[in-house]
Design a protein around this ligand. Sequence first.
Ligand SMILES: [Fe+2]
Length: 388
Amino acid sequence: MTNIADQVFEYFMPVTNLMGAGAVKQIGPKAAGLGLKKALIVSDKGMHERGALDDIQKILKDSGVESVIFAGSQPNPTDENVHDGFKVYQDEKCDSIVSVGGGSSHDCGKGIGLVAGNGGHIRDFEGVNKSTKPMPPMIAINTTAGTASEITRFCIITNTETSVKMAIVDWRVTPTISVNDPVMMMTMPKGLTAATGMDALTHSVEAYMSTIATPVTDSAALMSIKLIGENLRQAVANGENFEARKNMAYAQLLGGMAFNNASLGYVHGMAHQLGGFYDLPHGVCNAILLPHVQRYNLNANPERLGDIAQALGENIEGLSVRDAADVGIEAIEKLSKDIGIPSGLSELGVKEKDFEVMAKNAMKDACSATNPCTAKLEDVIQIFKNAM
Ligand SMILES: [Fe+2]
């Protein structure tokens, strides 16, 4: 179903996007071409211990670009991580950022870039387009499939004072160059493959259901959903399946292209609260919430849930619009179950006493604004309850 938003459409993407096996080796000449002298490599402890960052330093060095490592990005990166990294950036007189990892490393790198370019505290940038100056050049090398943070203008940072994940949506945090090299994704463990794959599916579903979806974002979202339906189970079952890894890399990139421009919905608005309150994995929170939020969205746009069913390979021929929508939601639930996602939030230690405050914060989250229907506080609380 065509659903063209009645407003000017903006399309955001990095200037250059490198895809495919061996793509990471091209960052040296690209960095030199940007005139970079010294990059701050932003990543996490695990990547550093595995030696992955040494390889990146060598690639940069071979092209005459110096670098220094900041491996202090945590999963669900915090404002403290950002300012710790910014101190290294300043002390080492860096002129650019190279983030290596999944969404956490890229978001931490974007946060450092925002503060480096604009001054102030990272908390000043919560909301939409709060920056006034550009951030330094940034190369984002993705190792998961994925948050798509390597291409997006979204930066999610936990406020350690309030335990709220701040949604910073700012076109200036879009990295200059993104890298999706599936070879770098081959070592992702099963659980991370499943969680990040469901995050990618959530991006595409929420972008497809968004009030500001366009034919441009729809085409990316539907192809992303199709590739995820065809490849995520295989990527989880056998991480060495290169075809599945490669197709999931494309799927997550397409999901990013969709949601970076059509934005998201309540799944992300609510998942950010779970992440901030309990420090839970983003992809798992999304996966659990996704069918429950879409059941809430059923009346707003059932035709589109039928399209999602088809993209996931389901046969909806002869079904009513409503039944086809149900098939779409059930197909999402089946995929989650098949790849070992927990069935409810109670398994993750989520407590009902926190629902009211989390629901209030979810309604204020920038990602919730484009959900296809507007919920009341009690509706959001009820969705949390249904997801237990
Ligand atoms: Fe996400």
